[in-house]
Write a protein that binds this ligand. Sequence first.
Ligand code: ZN
Length: 303
Amino acid sequence: MEDYLIRATAAGGQIRAFAATTAVMAEDARQAHNTSPVVTAALGRLLTAGAMMGAMMKGEKDILTIQVKGDGPVKGLTVTADALGHVKGYANVPDVILPANNSGKLDVAGAVGEGILSVIMDLGMKEPYVGQIRLQTGEIAEDITYYFAVSEQVPSSVGLGVLMTKENTVKQAGGFIVQLMPEAREEVIRALEENLSKIDAVTTLLDQGKTPVELLEILLHGMEVEFADPAPVRFVCNCGRERMERALISIGRDELSNIIEDGEDIEVNCHFCNKIYTFTVEELMLLCRRATSGKQDADGSGM
Ligand code: ZN
């Protein structure tokens, strides 16, 4: 089944909500980066959040980046998403192995540790919007919830989950974000809190075969809900040889000359999808001619 997300409004616009199924995305990321189970879970959760938060943006060129930096063994996670459902991401250390936590679950918090979560939104303005919070639990969902409360002043509830098979591939992944709009009335807030207090873990619901629409129906039980059409989401990288060439050119003539003097082909890999681009010495010499001496702004392997 393809991944997709559903957006909805409830109680006449007092609540907006998103739910997504992202097992293909999380599995694609796992395969691209050969992540261990705990990192697959951490990255899968962040990719899922990215897919839904990307859908909150309006412009086709808007770019959202979520960055987690922690003192745990995974060190960091980066996800970027656009408003069209294209999501990509990576973990700084993909092969972290940790024992299960006290509840017998993958210890995402232990892998991430304490640190900072940043959200950077490039909405085509002169300056990107940057929001930053201290990680609350390192489990990702709670951290995103806290981010919405503190940085965007939007009371939200976020659920994210990745369930693995015995073979350590992704069996289920998905999540939801439910947000109270400023005009939300007390009885609507109470009804939502009541629903949230009773809901099972996202992975449990997905594993029961619940769809994103059904997830939202549980979350928004007792309210009038309007669903938008499903929107596809997927793990996709927009890197390419040309982008890598620009990145190499940007390191400057001096640095390129040093590489050329080594007399060997080099491999440049894209952080986001792990694709490897090889450049021969001859190709590097051509790039060197296009480079200027001194360093320019790097146009790296990012978006
Ligand atoms: Zn790539």
